[in-house]
Ligand binder design. Structure first.
Ligand code: ZN
Length: 445
């Protein structure tokens, strides 16, 4: 499998390379506001990645996706020992969400390495994983290491706006770039959580809720703000938004959530009774914000627009609701939503499907084995992500997708709050640990 006897020899240099690459990637501002007209940095970040890959002998493919210039994506394929096996796709996104420097203790695009952390927007979402996989891609090429099967390394644009101008576009327009890929790993999984002192659990993402971004519109009669006026679009929309935003959808336990809770019970002895699941989930600490959202569908109103003058009753009012739907629930969700909103509220959707795979097979064994080799006594559990990733696009190609970006984290770090949060940062030791785990994983899967 490897031309070297010991797959871990000389890794210290690669760990340092992962830290450097993560920091340098953070310094390239790749803010994605969701408005394609404001794109910055994805081309520069793509060129940087291509340069780092070219330096060790790869011939990277650079592709711009979507309907605007500048959406940079980079691909290399490292041939494996057994070409008859499906390729493993290791993908990550180059873009980040906006950051307001005035709220941060270091500049969000400084990539500062201090106090044992790499700081900046993207440190955990997900320039950390880019840095680790880039460092390993460089190592394998430099040292002529042949993995068991082909590995496709992909660095992508526009994940933070649903990938419509990135992964979704690439899957629709350039499926050749993913030729032969059967399995994939990427973000928001593989990180450690400490439920019980001294015992770390690593959560592998095996499922994601579906995204349903919903635009609501109410049309009514325009009029003068000083007069009696029963048919007011703002009032009607506000009432509908309040009904939806305060509604609780029913608890539906999917396989990945059941398996996760059973695993936590085994490790900690904690009970998760079905009649008080919301309360019991609180025991999970910071991660409960994610897990709690995977018990049921959610609908959070996020934007409101109406009117243009204090004394004019507008004819139209609009709202946006961020809905997240469990695997298998889309139809039931839409029925429930129609009942809550009633017939007078127009609805327009942007939907991305849920993702779900099982926690078994050789690839899962390789994840578990590479984690326990570096952290003996650790538990590895499947879990469902409440958010969405580029896995939604790659699932369309029949690729089995996992969240596996390994990090060993301090027990008291509120990791969930760092995603899109102020003072986003990743421990240097976690990056080094993750590089070692990924090295083992990529050479044993
Ligand atoms: Zn991300």
């Amino acid at each position: 499998m490897s031309t070297h006897g010991d797959i871990t020899s000389g890794l210290g240099v690669v760990e340092d390379d992962a830290v450097r690459l993560t920091s340098e990637l953070i310094r390239i501002d790749t803010t994605n506001t969701g408005d394609p007209d404001t794109v910055v940095g994805e081309r520069a970040a793509g060129e940087y990645v291509a340069e780092q890959l070219g330096e060790v002998g790869y011939d990277p493919t650079y592709v711009e996706s979507g309907d605007r210039p500048g959406r940079g994506n980079v691909f290399v394929r490292l041939p494996g020992a057994d070409p008859s096996r499906g390729a493993l796709l290791v993908h990550g996104h180059l873009d980040v969400v906006p950051a307001d420097a005035s709220e941060w203790s270091v500049h969000p695009f400084s990539g500062a390495v201090q106090d044992g952390y790499v700081w900046g927007r993207g440190a955990v979402d997900m320039k950390d994983m880019l840095g680790m996989s880039l460092a390993l891609a460089r190592r394998f090429k430099r040292e002529n290491i042949v993995p068991p099967r082909d590995i496709i390394f992909a660095f992508l644009a526009d994940e933070e706006a649903g990938g419509l101008q990135g992964s979704q576009w690439l899957v629709a327009n350039r499926p050749d770039l993913f030729e032969g890929a059967t399995e994939a790993i990427s973000e928001v999984g593989g990180f450690s959580v400490t439920f019980k002192d001294g015992v770390r659990s690593y959560l592998v993402e095996t499922a994601e809720k579906g995204i349903a971004w919903l635009k609501l519109k109410v049309r009514a009669r325009a009029g003068h703000g000083s007069m009696i006026h029963e048919d007011n679009a703002v009032t009607k929309l506000a009432a509908a938004v309040t009904r939806l935003g305060t509604h609780r959808f029913p608890i539906v336990l999917t396989d990945s959530v059941r398996e996760f809770l059973a695993g936590v019970t085994e490790i900690t002895g904690w009970d998760f009774p079905e009649d008080d699941l919301d309360g019991a989930i609180g025991k999970l600490g910071a991660i409960s914000r994610i897990v709690g959202a995977t018990l049921r569908d959610t609908a959070n109103p996020t934007m409101l627009t109406a009117g243009y003058k204090a004394n004019v009753i507008p004819s139209v009012a609009e709202a946006t609701v961020d809905c997240r739907v469990l695997p298998g629930r889309q139809e039931a969700f839409e029925r429930e939503l129609a009942e809550i909103l009633g017939p007078d509220v127009e609805r327009e959707w942007v939907s991305l499907p849920p993702v779900e795979t099982s926690f078994d097979g050789a690839l899962v064994d390789a994840m578990t084995g590479s984690i326990t080799a570096e952290d003996p006594g650790a538990h590895v559990l499947p879990y469902m992500l409440s958010g969405g990733t580029d896995a939604k696009a790659f699932q369309k190609l029949g690729i089995r997708c996992f969240g596996f970006a390994p990090l060993q984290l301090p027990a008291d770090l509120d990791f969930a709050s760092l995603f899109h949060g102020v003072d986003e940062r990743v421990p240097v030791d976690a990056l080094k640990f993750g590089t070692r785990v990924l090295n083992r994983f990529l050479l044993s899967s």
